[in-house]
Design a protein around this ligand. Structure first.
Ligand SMILES: NC(=O)c1ccc[n+]([C@@H]2O[C@H](COP(=O)([O-])OP(=O)(O)OC[C@H]3O[C@@H](n4cnc5c(N)ncnc54)[C@H](O)[C@@H]3O)[C@@H](O)[C@H]2O)c1
Ligand SMILES: [Zn+2]
Ligand SMILES: [Zn+2]
Length: 345
């Protein structure tokens, strides 16, 4: 099989490797589509998981179950599936609570170990989630990024009728907007410095779009009867925007801490206001377990506009070009790598 190995920052090499065999409790997946996400770009640029190189990245993937190792029940060879990239021990306090990133044995496919930019992958069978055969692979490959957004909505306890401000209309911000719309949040306000991205978010269901940072506060107050948003989701990863977010939510509102900042960045929380107004900050990281199942359900039932995420597709042999050109294609919210099993639908 072919595998795209990131041999050093900025450099992929296509290698021939033997197709791995699934051991006890494992499944062999023939990879069909893999999305490239911001984390992959950080790995590519040498800013994240550099100690894992050389490595095959790729964690937003879908494919077909091709073989099952000894003792695997409940999965069927030939079925489409998505895979939860987060591997916990499955037994500890954190795993039981679906807070797998805190598991002392946590590993992540495509980050701490080889991932999906390869024609085949062996994965723990318990992390394989079967998917309907009539949903295109290009849509199924969005399950993992959507699962991150589902988890954030859960942690911030968003429900119908709530006003939501999404800061940042990048690939993930756009998914936040769409999930909020699907949940029944109203109004959904979005802000980004890029008019094109705000336009795309409006096309995907946002009610109010703001491109001018100086006009954001006014726009939020106008859209929320002067109160501020019930929920503010920071989906940029900018310390100053986190600070601004505190002033954009209503008394009793939630700040969904989602965009990744530097490790040293601090947010000065006014303690007394937090108590008296009953505000909260809800962090969330990745999407796992039930988040993956819920994201898949939403995609299977066509709840999201997926076209802006699926139109940029490169074959595995052109993965280098796919990564090198990503910043020149801001209109492609996602770039996907197409492998062995070309999508025919
Ligand atoms: N917590 C999690 O589980 C999780 C999962 C996935 C991604 N993330 C993080 O979420 C964030 C968003 O992901 P993405 O892939 O969409 O990122 P991205 O960098 O592609 O997009 C960020 C967007 O923010 C906009 N932006 C930049 N500065 C801005 C400003 N001052 N005001 C308004 N908009 C501004 C940019 O124009 C861009 O459209 C990143 O920080 C990413 O690391 C977190
Ligand atoms: Zn990702
Ligand atoms: Zn565990």
């Amino acid at each position: 099989m072919r595998a795209a190995v990131l041999t050093r920052p900025g450099r992929f090499e296509i290698e021939e490797r033997p197709i791995p065999a699934p051991g006890p409790g494992e499944a062999l997946v023939r990879v069909a589509r893999v999305g490239i996400c911001g984390t992959d770009l950080h790995i590519f640029n040498g800013h994240y998981a550099a100690e894992s190189l050389p490595m095959v990245p790729g964690h937003e993937f879908t494919g077909t179950i091709t073989a099952l190792g000894p003792g695997v029940a409940g999965l069927e060879v030939g079925r489409r599936a998505v895979v939860d990239m987060n591997i916990g021990c499955g037994r500890c306090f954190w795993c039981r609570r679906n807070e797998i990133l805190n598991c002392p044995e946590m590993r992540q496919m495509g980050i701490t170990m080889d991932g999906a930019f390869a024609e085949y992958m062996v994965v723990p069978a318990r992390l394989v989630i079967p998917a309907p055969d009539d949903v295109p692979f290009e849509v199924l490959a969005l399950t993992e990024p959507l699962a991150c957004v589902v988890r954030a909505a859960r942690k911030a306890q968003v429900t119908f009728g709530q006003s939501v401000l999404v800061i940042g209309a990048g690939p993930v911000g756009n998914l936040h907007v769409q999930l909020m719309r699907t949940i029944g949040a109203a109004p959904v306000i979005v802000t980004d410095l890029s008019p094109e991205r705000v336009r795309m978010a409006l096309d995907c269901g946002a009610d109010v779009g703001v491109t001018d940072p100086g006009g954001l506060r006014q726009a939020v107050l106008e859209a929320t009867d002067g109160r501020g948003a019930d929920v503010v989701i920071e989906s940029v990863g900018n310390r100053a925007l986190y600070a601004a977010a505190l002033g954009l939510m209503r008394k009793g509102g939630h700040l969904a801490a989602f965009g990744l900042t530097g490790p040293e960045d601090r947010l000065a929380l006014p303690i007394l206001d937090t108590i008296l107004n009953e505000n909260s900050v809800a962090g969330s990281v990745a999407g796992m377990g039930q988040d993956m199942h819920d994201a898949l359900t939403l995609l299977v039932h066509g709840r999201l506009t997926t076209a802006p995420f699926t139109r940029a597709a490169f074959p595995l042999d052109e993965i280098q070009q796919a990564f090198d050109s990503i910043n020149d294609r801001p209109g492609d919210l996602k770039t996907q790598i197409v492998l062995g099993e070309e999508d025919t639908r």
